[in-house]
Design a protein around this ligand. Structure first.
Ligand SMILES: [Zn+2]
Length: 265
């Protein structure tokens, strides 16, 4: 079929084939940049380049006109999601760094309980990052050992925190992640089972649910549903065995990804 026939058959599909190189170039440049900067590993990066090229090919040489448009839309959706992906990946990396810092402070506080400054820093970290009740309790505990003449900033922080009313939920004791019983706010260890309390509570919130993997899983499932399955279905007339294998593989991959996202916390 020559280009004129394609324009007559599907003007939108022909238009998509003409302009697809723009979003495709953005896709390629972004992914190669991430690989070079070490922001994604080489394997998944090459896979992302391969998926982009495949969708680009399907846009330009579609097995059916509507598939060209769907492939084009999948490419557009993907590059629109790039900034969201970057933000999610950035937040995950920050959480990991914050948790690493918390682990070090927790270790210092155990080895040297007189190190009030480590506990102060721990208080600030958890206060700022979702556990204000625990932060306030930790600071209240060490403040009497911090003379205001030497620790002016710390006392100032305390006054600011006290003047900001905390939501009720932040002041309620949270159940221990191990035994489920409640502990006083700011406890380092569980008073019932003796296992690390605050550190493991924070770990659950900051690291427990990775957001990058569910995000990528959702994207793969959408691309399979929108482009992969219809493309395979298109092959049933000419290559039935190949079509059935492709459909089976895609359904299996999609089901596995969905199950993993829903079952893993
Ligand atoms: Zn416990």
């Amino acid at each position: 079929m020559n280009f004129q026939d394609r324009v007559i058959e599907s003007p939108l599909g022909a238009l998509a084939a003409c302009v697809v190189w723009v979003p495709l170039a953005i896709w390629m440049i972004a992914v190669i940049g991430w690989i070079v900067a070490g922001e994604i590993e080489t394997g998944p990066g090459i896979l992302a380049v391969g998926v982009g090229l495949t969708l680009g090919y399907l846009t330009i040489v579609p097995p059916a006109p509507h598939l060209g448009i769907l492939s084009f839309l999948a490419i557009l959706l993907t590059i629109i999601l790039f900034p969201v992906y970057k933000a999610v990946a950035h937040r995950t990396a920050l959480n990991a760094l914050d948790f690493e810092q918390l682990e070090k402070l927790d270790e210092t506080a155990r080895l040297r309980p007189d190190n009030v400054y480590a506990i102060y820093r721990m208080a600030v970290l958890v206060y700022d990052r979702g556990f204000p009740g625990h932060g306030l309790a930790l600071l209240s505990r060490v403040l009497p050992s911090m003379p205001e003449s030497h620790f002016r900033q710390e006392h100032q922080t305390y006054r600011v925190w006290r003047s900001n009313p905390l939501p009720h939920a932040a002041m309620n004791p949270t159940p221990c992640p191990h035994c489920g019983r409640t502990n006083d706010l700011g406890s380092l260890d569980c008073g019932h089972c003796g296992r690390p309390y605050l550190k493991d509570l924070v770990r659950g919130r900051w690291l427990g649910k990775g957001y990058v993997k569910p995000f990528i899983s959702a994207w793969i499932v959408i691309v399979l549903a929108v482009v992969g399955l219809p493309t395979a279905a298109q092959l049933t007339q000419t290559h039935p065995a190949l079509a059935i294998s492709l459909i089976a593989i895609q359904l299996a991959v999609g089901a596995w990804l969905l199950l993993r996202s829903f079952t893993k916390r």
